[in-house]
Every structure is written in C-alpha cells, then in structure tokens.
Unconditional design. Structure first.
Length: 318
C-alpha cells in the first residue's frame, strides 16, 4: 500500500543483523512481561478487583512505567535513536495529525468495529447457549455491573481510554509490530505481536480474573484474535490513533455491557470445550474478515491526511 511507504516504521539507525535485532526486541518484551507478572502477583491481595478505583489508579501509575520505560531505554540508550520509537504524528506535526476529519473518522471506525465485534459475540453466544446443549436457559443483560459508584466507573473509563489502550497499542503495535516489520514480512510481524499481546495478558488472567481451564483458553484466543485485528488495522491505516481509539472504546464497552445466563443442564466437558473454542475462533475470524473486506474504506478514512503541498513557483522573466 502507498500509505505503508509514506509512513514507514520509525528508526534512522541501520539494522546490521536481523536475528540480533529480533532477539533484542523480544528481550524488551520478555523483561516487561516478567516485571508485569511479578507486579500482578505481589499485588493480587492488595489491589482491589478490576472494577475498583485502586485497580484503575495502579494501572495508570505502573503500566506506563513497566511497558513504556524499557521500550524508551532500549530505543534511546541501546539503539541511540533520536525521537520516539512510535510514530504518533503525521509529518511530525500534531496539527497535521489531529484534524477535524481525522478525529471524526477515527471515532467512527472505533465505534463501528466495536458494534460489529459486540454483535458477533452476542449473536454467537446466544446461538451456542440456545442450541439445546444447556437445556432451558435464562438470558439476562447486565449494565455497569460490579461498580461501587459512578465515580469508580468514570475512573475506569478514563483509565481504559487514556492509559490502557494507549500504553498497549503504543507498545504492541506502534513499537513491537512496527520494528519487527523492518526485518520480517508484515504478516509475520502482525502474528508475532498478536501472540505477544495475548501472552502478556496471562498474569492478569490468572492473578486478577482467576480464570483457568476452558475459559483461560478462550480468553487467550480472544486476545490473540484482537491482536491480529488491531495489528491488521494498523497495517492498513498506518495510524496508531485508529487502534488506540478502537481498543479504548472496546474496553469501555465490554466493561459496561455484559450478559449472564442461567442454564438447566451442563454438557460434557469435551463437547463444551470443542464448542466454545470453535465459537471463539469463529468470532475472531469473522471480525478479521469484516476488516479485510472493508480495508479500502478503512485505509481511506483511517489514515493521516495528506500534507498540503507547497504551491509551485513560476519563474517570470521580463
């Protein structure tokens, strides 16, 4: 795509050895992931649940340090690069980046993809639950469930929009995926960054959500699928803010809207595992398919605006 050439991954220094460069990037990822896992382990009995104010504030404070700190240290001290390791602005200009057109369309893309993803999950969840394998069911929608106050909910919204989505997309898409794409094919960089994105969610899955077995497997598939979707969207648009906004809106949405189900029968574990794993894979495959078929529109409306060219001078001789 032309936009890929127009906004290539940042970095002025030559990469002399591709294998060494990949190992260095994975080393930064491993360091941040281990620190993050240790932080989640030692604070699991101190910080409240995911809906609490203390959880949101702790994320605001520690996530940027744990993920963006090593990234910046590697970039500035080891690579000796100037500037940021993530392309935040078109033509290094905030004014050229945050135009009215860009803000409007980025929000539209984020909301549209969130609606598509939510409807896919709702429809396929209902199809499985109402298939008869669970007997009679009672399906209930939940709204802002588990929050102690409106203030706690508002803090969570700010955390997801301003910190969670920003930190994770800067690190996984803007840094890891972009830098990997300098030495491997673009689809390989998307796959690797999506796998890393999923694996780094294991600490919060185990220590905070306390999920295991089937639901840990389906959660990892969902995180991997979301990483693929955001990675592909970023490749299409070359605009980090598109995936930041979508990620933030999605997190707020699933923290606001949920559903619970009461069932009268429990199927065999083997059947249940096959059905829910297949369903989770299908959801993510359909989401990626939607993005693929909408790629031309997403590229057109999601990318940075063209910088206006200076008027050509005309030489006049008398």
């Amino acid at each position: 795509m032309t936009i890929q050439d127009e906004f290539p991954p940042v970095g002025e220094k030559n990469i002399e050895e591709s294998r060494k460069f990949i190992i260095e990037l994975l080393g930064v990822v491993l360091f941040s992931t281990l620190i993050w896992a240790f932080f989640r382990f030692i604070t699991q009995d101190i910080i409240g649940d995911v809906n609490s104010i203390s959880f949101s504030i702790s994320y605001m404070i520690f996530a940027p340090v744990i993920f963006l700190g090593p990234m910046m240290f590697y970039w500035v001290k080891h690579r000796e690069e100037e500037g940021l390791p993530v392309r935040l602005f078109a033509y290094n200009s905030p004014q050229a980046t945050f135009t009215e057109r860009m803000v409007k369309y980025v929000l539209m893309i984020g909301i549209s993809l969130t609606i598509v993803n939510l409807l896919l999950e709702l429809f396929l969840d209902y199809m499985v639950l109402n298939s008869g394998m669970y007997g009679e069911i009672e399906f209930n929608f939940l709204w802002m469930d588990g929050y102690d106050s409106i203030f706690a909910y508002l803090i969570l919204i700010v955390t997801h929009l301003a910190v969670v989505a920003t930190v994770e997309e800067f690190f996984f898409r803007g840094f890891v995926q972009d830098q990997l794409s300098r030495v491997v094919k673009f689809w390989q960089s998307i796959l690797i960054s999506a796998a890393i994105f999923a694996m780094t969610h294991i600490p919060i899955a185990i220590f905070i959500y306390e999920i295991e077995g089937l639901w840990l497997t389906t959660s990892l598939i969902s995180w991997f699928g979301f990483g693929l979707a955001t990675g592909y969207l970023y490749h299409i648009t070359r605009n980090i803010w598109v995936v930041v906004v979508w990620h933030g809106i999605w997190n707020v949405t699933i923290s606001t809207i949920d559903w619970s189900v009461y069932v009268s029968e429990i199927p065999s574990s083997g059947l249940e595992n096959i059905v829910w794993i297949s369903q989770t894979i299908l959801i993510n495959a359909l989401l990626l398919t939607c993005i693929y078929f909408a790629r031309d529109y997403l590229e057109e409306f999601g990318r940075f605006e063209k910088f206006p060219e200076a008027p050509k001078s005309i030489e006049v001789r008398l």
